[in-house]
Design a protein around this ligand. Structure first.
Ligand code: SF4
Ligand code: SF4
Length: 355
């Protein structure tokens, strides 16, 4: 059984109060024991897609940076590039969005580094004993950090039904190619109505899988699934169907989480913000209404227990499951069960409610 700490909170309490609550939660959950003097400590968060208004606030990261730095560690904020058309699909755009959303050194007290580099290809292979993978690709800034704080925002999710700590680790701490490996079975598709035949995607395609005549075409036999073409196309003509493969996707996320977490056993702490819980994750660039009243901040050293507690508390507060309010054909617990089977934690939770 793993302990999960709940600090009840409501977004209307104001920044000063909430920042103090995050710090008090960190102390009560004894997260500081995960960090040592001179550690490079990655604080993984989602900086939010432009247009989203419910991403984790910079003052939450600032409160955690302060606590980590007090242990003598050297924290940095980090996030990874994305597969789809977005300003966050390369290192320049992701850094710009992080700064525009308030995650600058002055506000947070730690620098922001792109986890997987300029093109989303800075990655470190890590062996895992999974059903889908023998090796996963961890974003280099995370792989080279000695310790890790996973700061997540609980939301629904189109592909998985639920996004919390495990998804932030398994998907968010890995490179672009790793993300495509998780969506394996799909090759990108060209929308001929949007394609203007410029050839930029073909220029970026490492194995030369794209030919362009009037519009681009992808040879599935040659495509290695790196996702470069998605980032290269400024027209949004290269697409994936994100809605498919919910169960396998979650299993693959859990296997990637194993590759991130195993080298950092005993040196990983997790904090999840269960406030402004929306139907979709922070990758969707729109402002959404929360599905339920705010619950607060959760902390644990066990991401499996933390995600289990997150879903249970949401169901308790809303009177129905998160998936039933977002994507009813998804079961967001698949990733939790798979991660538990991989030895990443326990789904039996001892919940400690703080005042
Ligand atoms: S980059 Fe986009 S618009 Fe240009 S050829 Fe490729 S798919 Fe078409
Ligand atoms: S995913 Fe990579 S290999 Fe496949 S077509 Fe796009 S750029 Fe080429």
């Amino acid at each position: 059984m793993s302990r999960v700490y709940l600090m009840p909170a409501d977004g209307r309490e104001g920044e000063g109060v909430l920042r103090e609550k995050v710090g008090a939660l960190f102390d009560a959950a004894e997260l500081g024991d995960c960090f040592s003097r001179n550690d490079r400590t990655a604080l993984k968060l989602h900086v939010g897609e432009p247009g989203t208004t419910t991403f984790v606030r910079p003052y939450v990261a600032a409160a955690l940076v302060e606590r980590i730095a007090a242990r003598g560690a050297r924290p940095f904020l980090t996030d990874s590039t994305v597969l789809y058309k977005s300003p966050r699909s390369d290192g320049i755009g992701l850094t710009r969005v992080a700064l525009e959303h308030g995650f600058g050194l002055d506000a947070v007290g730690a620098p922001f580094l792109v986890a997987d580099g300029m093109s989303g290809t800075d990655e470190v292979p890590v062996p895992v004993e999974g059903e889908h993978f023998e090796e996963v690709l961890v974003a280099s800034a995370v792989a080279h950090a000695r310790s890790l704080l996973v700061l997540s925002h609980a939301t629904g999710h189109l592909g998985t039904g639920f996004g919390g700590a495990l998804k932030n680790i398994g998907m968010g701490c890995c490179s672009r190619k790793a993300k495509l490996m998780q969506h394996h079975g799909q090759h990108p598709r060209i929308d001929p109505d949007l394609c203007r035949g410029c050839g930029d995607c073909a220029e970026w395609c490492p194995p030369g899988a794209i030919t362009v005549e009037e519009t681009a075409e992808i040879d599935d036999e040659t495509c290695i699934g790196c996702g470069e073409c998605v980032a290269a196309c400024t027209e949004g003509a290269v697409k994936f169907d994100w809605a498919v493969q919910g169960r396998a996707l979650q299993e693959r996320i859990a296997e990637h989480a194993a590759g991130v977490l195993r080298p950092k056993r005993g040196r990983t702490a997790c904090v999840t913000v269960v406030m402004d819980v929306t139907k979709n994750c922070d990758c969707l660039g729109v402002s959404e209404q929360p599905l339920l009243p705010d619950i607060g901040f959760l902390a644990s050293r066990d991401p499996v227990a933390l995600d289990r507690a997150t879903l249970d508390l949401i169901a308790e507060r809303a009177g129905r499951t998160l998936e039933s309010m977002s994507y009813p054909d998804r079961d967001g617990s698949v990733q939790i069960r798979r991660a538990e089977a991989l030895g990443l934690g326990e789904s039996r939770v001892e919940l400690v409610r703080l005042a």
